[in-house]
Ligand binder design. Structure first.
Ligand code: NOJ
Length: 505
């Protein structure tokens, strides 16, 4: 085990495991921690530095586990604490770190506090205000005696009252509980939530649903100054454990300046930069986002993060319109300075499943708002046999996914799986990749050309016709076949080692 280096997260490749959909060891149709354990060799071969486990805690799964009933235990569907410990030990033995999800904004309505009627730990009022749930509809639900409780997400996810000292103490203790078990960090869910504006003022007049304002405007339930006190309480706890324990924020805020406030030596280490995920497949759009992100990183004082897919957004094969484009966008992302977060299945080039029957959809957002995130949560196809290695999976796997299975892609040198492996291998070895700086090279409008120092050039062609690479050198990796004359076809990215510069290996 080589783990060390407290700054590991700065240029890490972190692989998000959605446990319900990743791998099923006990054959009940729901993925589990033993399933993850059984795939650690696969992940080591892929070349990731860490895994981030989406929630596996005791939960009624009203929101896929982001509704936690017991923050210190594993849901029986996912396994046991002993399974968790074994997973961490084995992952560390293979030099893979483990980050867990922390869900502090809300608990499940099945949490013992809510069940015991400890209303002071939640946000109860005699009258609701005009706040809307992110999943659609009002953010308030009425209980028998006429009071209302706040839930910024589903009614099964009551918001916790962070003004209550017991709530604060409880979460400090939960942090320690998982740190003691050896986790390397936390992904903080709704990290801009928790603290609400005093008096819970109305949002007031607006043109559309409040959910559409998020990230553009200040709302009284997100990104309040008081949330930073919580992180200032947490940071010394993280720092008191050896080995570089970190936290990455899922924070949707209205400006880079506001995001920067979450990051620093006395708060969190990183925040997701979702801008890259929102960019169109066009050189100009990518360049705008990359420049903005790097400026943001400067402001924040920490390298940025890059994300193309996660469990909340349509997979990037579908978003960008083709597998070729997804592969090209991936090569661009993996060459950028900072850390990259991958989402399970993107290394197989999985598309979004668009035609799930409505009655099988389980996302609470679908029930309330008609928008479903189930299509990116379909279980991972492992084998080419019937069911792709799953028996009665919780969401059906499209039969054509046998062709995309890890087994089929394993020995195909042109497979997306092998493209990811090659890219991650090079990223580890090449001194220009991971951290560092970049400079822009002159290029036509539809082409993005970036030089990472020393001497690695990334060229992405988003135009309609082939383009010459523009620099002389050896092609280290290409997202698709190049033309016989070496030109780069549309929807293709290449990594080129400039002639005269020193390659990494
Ligand atoms: C963000 C998570 O990524 C999403 O899946 C979840 O529904 C909400 N937070 C609420 O916890």
């Amino acid at each position: 085990m080589l783990l060390g280096n407290d700054d590991w997260w700065r240029d890490a490749v972190v692989y998000q495991v959605y446990p319900r959909s990743f791998a099923d060891a006990n054959g009940d149709g729901t993925g589990d921690l033993q399933g993850v354990r059984g795939r650690l060799d696969y992940l080591a071969r892929l070349g990731v530095d860490a895994i981030w486990l989406s929630p596996f805690y005791t939960s009624p799964l009203a929101d896929g586990g982001y509704d936690v009933a017991d923050y210190r235990d594993v849901d029986p569907r996912f396994g046991t604490l002993a399974d968790f410990d074994a997973l961490v030990a084995e992952a560390h033995g293979k030099d893979i770190r483990v980050i867990v999800d922390l869900v502090p904004n809300h608990s499940s309505d099945q949490h013992p506090w809510f069940q015991a009627g400890l209303r002071d730990r939640y946000i109860f009022r005699d009258e609701p205000n005009d706040w809307e749930s992110i999943f659609g509809g009002p953010a308030w639900t009425r209980v028998e005696d006429g009071q209302w409780y706040l839930h910024l997400f589903a009614p099964e996810q009551p918001d916790l009252n962070w003004d209550h000292p017991e709530v604060r103490a409880e979460f400090r203790d939960i942090l320690r509980f998982w740190l003691e078990r050896g986790v390397d960090g936390f992904r903080v869910d709704v990290a801009h939530g928790m603290v609400k504006a005093a008096g819970l003022p109305d949002v007031g007049a607006k043109d559309g649903p409040q959910a559409e304002m998020l990230g553009d405007e200040q709302v009284p339930y997100f990104d309040q100054d008081g949330v930073h006190d919580i992180y200032r309480e947490w940071r010394p706890i993280l720092d008191s454990y050896p080995g570089g324990r970190m936290a990455v924020a899922e924070a949707w805020v209205s400006s880079p300046e506001r995001l920067a406030r979450y990051i620093g030596p006395d708060e969190l280490h990183q925040a997701f930069n979702f801008e890259f995920m929102m960019a169109d497949f066009h050189a100009k759009s990518f360049r705008t986002v990359i420049e903005k992100s790097l400026a943001e990183a400067e402001l924040v004082g920490a390298p940025t993060t890059w994300v193309l897919s996660n469990h909340d957004k349509p997979r990037h094969v579908t978003r960008h319109g083709s597998l070729a484009r997804a592969r090209a966008a991936t090569l661009l992302m993996l060459a950028l300075p900072g850390s990259a977060y991958l989402y399970n299945g993107e290394e197989l080039g999985l598309p979004e499943v668009l035609d799930l029957p409505d009655e099988l959809r389980q996302d609470p957002a679908f029930l309330r708002r008609g928008e479903s995130r189930d299509g990116c949560r379909v279980p991972i196809p492992w084998t080419s046999g019937p069911g792709c290695g799953w028996r009665d999976p919780w969401l059906p796997i499209p039969p054509e996914w046998t062709a995309l299975s890890a087994e089929v892609q394993e020995d195909d040198p042109g497979s997306t799986l092998n493209l990811y492996r090659a890219a991650l291998r090079l990223r580890r070895r090449h001194p220009a990749l991971g951290g560092g700086t970049l400079s822009w090279l002159d290029s036509p409008e539809d082409v993005l050309a970036v030089e990472r120092h020393p001497g690695l050039v990334v060229v992405l062609n988003t135009g309609e016709g082939p383009v010459p690479p523009g620099v002389a050198g050896e092609v280290l990796l290409s997202s698709g076949p190049l033309a016989a004359d070496g030109s780069i076809p549309p929807d293709t990215a290449v990594w080129i080692q400039r002639s005269g510069s020193v390659a990494g290996d």
